[in-house]
Design a protein around this ligand. Structure first.
Ligand SMILES: Cc1cc2nc3c(=O)[nH]c(=O)nc-3n(C[C@H](O)[C@H](O)[C@H](O)COP(=O)(O)OP(=O)(O)OC[C@H]3O[C@@H](n4cnc5c(N)ncnc54)[C@H](O)[C@@H]3O)c2cc1C
Length: 566
């Protein structure tokens, strides 16, 4: 889960004016908006004739797992004598699913041996999409990750340590306030001097952090309530509100502090105040020495963000290459049947027709609204709970300007320096924020040009769904000319516009309770060996998906170790 520190690193979007000539819809040959329409499992429960076809298809594919049979296998053993039953099927080859498979292979190789990852699309990566063309390299989903140790472990285990690129930790991050881009303090020593907040606002934040503020109200607080109470209105309006847009594209009045920024929430719970909790956490860390750090891991210098030489897509592709034939693309899970003797039968739509297989465990890393449909025949209560999570739309709009189009006052030593900028909703711009992609990582744009990745939309602006791609580029360009780009500059080159109709799960008030209710419903219904993963469970940041993957892999390993028929 993202922390307030994460917020500073993990960001966002922007927009601009009607000066843009977006050549044509999809003029650059980009894929059109993602679609998230999945079929309800009930519609695809295979009938007997279909099952006969499954068997033929499976044998043609030389697939190792068992085909489904009309009579469920006894005690979870496949009809061919148990050779073909899988230990685990991971559904979804986004970062969560792939990392769970890699974590099983690297951390638990003895137990989970027959594992496959199935993916509905014809490519791996889920939300991660990197495009390279005409000397530009841009991201159409996430733009970077925090190089935490679990993430770096995944990078090293994928053989990508030499491809890792890290941003300059000293590069500034900006927030738009009062028509001006103002740097965000990056270290404690900056706090007294940064001009994003007034002296009175800083004092209020300092006293509040020390504990001079109203006590917790006794109900689950929104991010807005928590921050206004603990740190005051200015911290909320000028720092946290834009950061909520940056992480969740969310509305801080409905996001849950406990669910969305649990590490900060816990500081007050554990230490009586944010600073008290920080000191307590430091003391506890010092008292319980950490295990030695894996010497293979690179050491980032300071707080920064990472990617790869050829973009984020390198990670899912590297993991997929390592997994080889264990990754099944264009395999869309259409139904799940719980077998009487234990385990599950899964039915897939594949390019070769319907295929079914049997497995001891299933890990669902599909979005919750897909999991809801698939799990409904097994547990209506779990399905209802899963249908409650909300994913607002976000568009990722990549544009390029010549360097000379940047306003002179935005240049440092003649360059556009920094991670990017965030825009509070109160500041009269539609774009959520802008990543300075060509400043952050090398080789993202040809010489003389800058590449800006803008995010627009989110929980407070779902109207983006009715805009054309040209209109989205125009909106971004219009906003950028207010503070970053010379108002008289030529139209930008519009590189990629990808609309994510259901982009990022919102960790709203009640999120953890709903998640818990889902797990209880599965457990009470005897749906054992069915694990939930993915960003609505682990947290939305890529780093949290990776940490969540290690956790789920350990749970699967634990279950399989105890599995009666192992
Ligand atoms: C626009 C945008 C910007 C973001 N920016 C950042 C950022 O800068 N940094 C950061 O850390 N995070 C960022 N995030 C969040 C992060 O990208 C996601 O949380 C993460 O990629 C989710 O990975 P996942 O594997 O959990 O889910 P997904 O990527 O959604 O993967 C789920 C997979 O399941 C597949 N699937 C669905 N249905 C079926 C089915 N029936 N059968 C088989 N497969 C199925 C899907 O095709 C998909 O590949 C951003 C997200 C978005 C959308």
């Amino acid at each position: 889960m993202a922390t307030l520190t994460d917020l500073v690193h993990f960001t966002t979007t922007s927009t601009s004016s009607g000066h843009v000539l977006f050549p044509a819809t999809n003029c650059h040959g980009l894929p059109s908006s993602t679609s998230s329409t999945f079929l309800n499992s009930r519609n695809f429960f295979p009938s007997s004739p279909t099952r006969r076809r499954d068997r033929l298809n499976c044998s043609r594919l030389k697939f190792r797992c068992s085909v489904s049979t009309i009579t469920p296998p006894i005690k979870g053993v496949a009809p061919d004598g148990g050779q073909s039953e899988l230990d685990c099927v991971i559904v979804g080859a986004g970062i969560s699913g792939l990392c769970i498979a890699q974590a099983l292979a690297t951390k638990h190789p003895d137990v989970a041996q027959n594992v496959i990852v199935t993916e509905a699309k014809d490519r791996v990566g889920g939300n991660i999409i990197t495009v390279e063309r005409d000397g530009f390299l841009w991201e159409e989903g996430p733009n970077s990750f925090q190089p935490s140790d679990p993430m770096l472990t995944m990078v090293v285990d994928s053989g990508l340590e030499n491809d890792l690129v890290l941003g300059d930790p000293n590069a500034p991050r900006f927030v738009l306030w009062g028509g001006k881009l103002r740097p965000v303090p990056s270290k404690l020593a900056d706090l007294p001097f940064f001009d994003l907040m007034s002296f009175a606002g800083k004092l209020r934040a300092g006293f509040g952090a020390l504990g001079l503020r109203p006590p917790p109200p006794g109900h689950e607080e929104s991010v807005e309530e928590f921050v206004r109470r603990n740190l005051g209105d200015e911290v909320f309006e000028r720092l946290i509100e834009p950061f909520c847009s940056g992480v969740y594209a969310g509305d801080p009045s409905t996001l849950s502090m406990k669910a969305a920024f649990g590490k900060v929430w816990k500081l007050e719970q554990n230490g009586g105040s944010i600073i008290g909790g920080t000191f307590k956490a430091i003391r506890e860390r010092n008292n319980s020495p950490k295990p030695p750090r894996d010497p293979r891991l690179p050491k980032p210098k300071g707080q920064t963000v990472g990617s790869f030489k050829k973009g984020l897509t390198m990670l899912p592709e590297a993991i997929s290459t390592r997994l080889g034939s264990k990754v099944k693309l264009s395999w869309k899970l259409s139904s799940i049947v719980k077998l009487d003797g234990g385990g599950y039968s899964l039915a897939y739509e594949t390019p070769d027709g319907l295929v079914s297989l049997q497995t001891k465990t299933v890990v669902m890393t599909v979005p919750s609204y897909v999991a809801s449909g698939l799990l409904r025949p097994l547990s209506a209560v779990a399905a209802d709970a899963l249908s409650k999570f909300y994913y607002p739309p976000v568009a990722a709009v990549s544009v390029s300007y010549p360097k000379k189009a940047i306003r002179p006052d935005r240049l440092i030593d003649g360059e556009l320096k920094g991670f990017g900028q965030l825009h509070p909703r109160s500041q009269g711009v539609e774009t959520l924020g802008t990543i300075y992609s060509s400043s952050l990582f090398p080789n993202r744009a040809p010489p003389g040009r800058i590449l800006l990745l803008n995010y627009i939309g989110g929980a407070t602006n779902t109207g983006i769904l009715s805009k054309t791609k040209s209109q989205l580029v125009e909106a971004v360009d219009r906003d950028l000319r207010k503070m970053l780009i010379n108002p008289n500059a030529n139209d930008p080159l519009a590189l990629g516009v990808r609309v994510w109709p259901q982009a990022i799960p919102q960790f709203l008030i009640g999120h953890l309770d709903i998640l818990n209710a889902t797990k209880i419903a599965l457990s009470d219904g005897g749906i054992q060996g069915m694990f939930l993963g993915g960003n609505y469970v682990s947290g939305v940041a890529l780093g949290r998906c990776v940490e969540g993957a290690y956790e789920v892999a350990a749970e699967v390993n634990d279950f399989l170790s105890r599995y009666l028929y192992k």
